[in-house]
Design a protein around this ligand. Structure first.
Ligand SMILES: [Zn+2]
Length: 408
């Protein structure tokens, strides 16, 4: 099902093109849209008239033309369109309701009760049901549902090809959700969705080549090249978590030794912290665990980090060195202008990024460093759910630009 079926005016390319230009500019005159799109002024006037009539666009005061008559400016009616964004993570399901500008108007999150197929889908449906109920109470029309899911996702068929944390193989997640709600559903891998959201609405706006890295209980990345998501031949581009950073290191769930994920994921750092505590090598950290190494969890590690506990800071420094190495390999191959880091580690990024930048500064070739920026994601801990919603929004605003990477 296509979101354009829900909005007949969007079946033609020209209104989508005009909407895309208004969205990106925030506020723009008819003359400037004509200049930027190359469409004739009379065509723009006609399209804008129908967008005004449908309530998607409003006139928002006068602009400055320098001389002569001041042009009337156009902007989006933010509340005209809403979509749902869902993140299916390995331990929880999160959902948001966002408007035309990807601003969140409702948000919720539930922990997964268990990893069985039916239990996970019941939790997903529970979150979607609640968001749609709230939309109904507020008399908001919802046009579609975007789903971001961990593991390998065939985004063309809306299939969870493999989700190791909950042992799913070839689950037709999008089809199931679509038939239950009679709404268009788009699906992507969670790091890819995050990259898309950052590219459209976060710290990656107006940047052509971006690497967006998600660090949580696993590590993945999404690659934006030429302004478009690069999925790879088997929907598996950006598997940065399985670059070898410590030869002969811990065994990874993929079978190899010393993958980034085995030394820099949250699970890995907690395991390492508990080991150090048991060996008596992180005494200061013990105060945060009530004297029991097994009580060390992510929340307690964050508390210790914010209190600048030296053992906690040392743990993050190790993570940053490994992450910096894996990023350097990837930067040397892709030559991105920006690397954005997010995921569950977002709250402690201030303690990780300096060392990551230092490592990247040493490892990355000089010519690739001149435009390189390494920053936190702009959408914070909402970056995956907003990215999921962006899967639908891009169908509304998509400009007709193709680099041949899309699976049509
Ligand atoms: Zn691995």
């Amino acid at each position: 099902m296509d979101i354009r079926e829900k909005l007949p005016i969007l079946k033609e390319i020209s209104p989508r093109l005009v909407l895309g230009h208004i969205m990106r500019a925030g506020s723009i005159s008819r003359a400037d849209i004509a200049r930027q799109t190359g469409l004739h002024r009379s065509t723009i006037t006609r399209i804008v008239a129908s967008l005004l009539e449908e309530g998607f666009v409003e006139e928002s005061g006068e602009g400055d033309s320098g001389l002569g008559r001041r042009p009337v400016m156009l902007s989006l009616v933010a509340g005209a369109v809403h979509v749902v964004g869902i993140a299916i993570e390995s331990t929880f399901v999160a959902g948001v309701l966002v408007d035309f500008n990807a601003q969140i108007t409702e948000r919720m999150e539930v922990p997964l009760r268990d990893a069985s197929r039916d239990a996970v889908m019941a939790d997903v449906y529970g979150v979607i049901d609640s968001l749609l109920e709230r939309a109904q109470e507020r008399e908001i029309t919802v046009l579609g549902i975007g789903v971001a899911m961990h593991g390998i996702v065939n985004s063309h068929q809306g299939l969870s090809v493999f989700a190791p944390a909950i042992e799913w193989r070839n689950e037709p997640v999008a089809v199931n959700i679509e038939s239950r709600y009679d709404l268009p559903v788009r699906m992507e891998n969670n790091a890819n969705a995050m990259a898309l959201g950052e590219s459209w609405f976060g710290n990656g706006q107006a940047v052509e080549n971006i690497l967006v890295v998600k660090v949580g209980s696993s590590i993945g990345s999404g690659v934006i090249l030429g302004g478009r998501l690069f999925p790879g031949t088997d929907y598996s581009a950006g598997e940065i978590g399985h670059l070898t950073v410590l030869p002969g290191g811990p065994r990874c769930k993929c079978g190899n030794l010393g993958c980034l994920e085995t030394v820099a994921s949250i699970d890995a750092i907690l395991k390492r912290g508990r080991e150090l505590l048991k060996k008596g090598e992180a005494q200061s950290l013990m105060a945060f665990t009530g004297g029991d190494p097994n009580q060390l969890n992510f929340e307690k590690l964050c508390q210790a980090t914010f209190a600048r506990d030296p053992a906690a800071l040392r743990l993050w420094e190790e993570v940053a060195a490994h992450l910096g190495l894996a990023l350097s390999y990837t930067i040397n191959i892709l030559n991105p202008a920006k690397v954005l880091i997010g995921g569950d580690v977002f709250p402690v990024l201030d303690y990780i990024l300096p060392k990551v930048r230092e490592t990247v500064g040493i490892q990355v070739l000089q010519p690739l460093k001149s435009h390189l920026r390494l920053e936190p994601v702009g959408l914070g801990q909402d970056s995956v759910t907003i990215g999921a919603a962006t899967l639908l929004l891009q169908d509304i605003f998509e400009l007709p630009k193709s680099n041949g990477w899309d699976h049509v």
